[in-house]
Ligand binder design. Structure first.
Ligand SMILES: [Zn+2]
Length: 179
């Protein structure tokens, strides 16, 4: 049985980004992450969450939890933010190019964009701590911009959160089907 560590970004003392009407990244990330977990479990995938409530494990703790559980993949779920309110769309990060983590990021990105139909900002590389410290292939998805008024409004809709979770799950399942 494959196992996936799902990491809802931020939590507890760390709200993450905050939208123009006050919506918090930590809450949206948790809702999407729990939905992704439910969908994966239906496909017989073992799910390890780094948090399931409003707590704040440190970035190192999140990576160590996934490493100890020997998860096959690690997926961190975030909402993007910019000082420019017009910034919009979906992007996914991997630690390095040419890795299985990049393949995972590409699959999540393409299925997520198909599902929620926001602008495709592509797959990028960044030296993010959770991607660096996890031993398994890892990706970090920025579903949309909570700082953008239109995209923040979408995040208040359960139907949108479901679509986002479906897209992320399909991407993960597509990656699992290659291994
Ligand atoms: Zn974040």
């Amino acid at each position: 049985m494959s196992s996936i560590a799902i990491d809802p970004g931020h939590g507890g003392k760390d709200p993450g980004a905050i939208g123009p009407t006050g919506l918090k990244e930590k809450e949206c990330a948790l809702k999407i992450a729990l939905k992704v977990g439910q969908m994966l479990k239906k496909h017989n995938v073992k799910v390890i969450y780094t948090r399931t409530d409003d707590s704040y494990p440190s970035l190192t703790q999140r990576a160590e939890l996934a490493n100890k559980a020997k998860a096959d993949y690690f997926v961190s779920i975030h909402l993007n933010s910019s000082t420019s309110p017009s910034a919009h769309g979906t992007e996914t990060f991997s630690f390095k190019r040419g890795t299985v983590g990049e393949k995972l990021a590409q699959k999540i990105q393409s299925h997520l964009v198909k599902s929620i139909r926001l602008a495709n900002r592509g797959v990028k590389q960044e030296n993010l701590l959770v991607l660096k410290k996890t031993k398994m292939p890892a990706a970090l998805v920025e579903v949309c911009f909570i700082s953008n008024p239109k995209e923040e409004a979408l995040l208040k809709s359960d139907a949108f959160l479901n679509k986002a979770a479906e897209g992320i799950s399909r991407g993960i399942l597509a990656q699992l089907s290659t291994t």
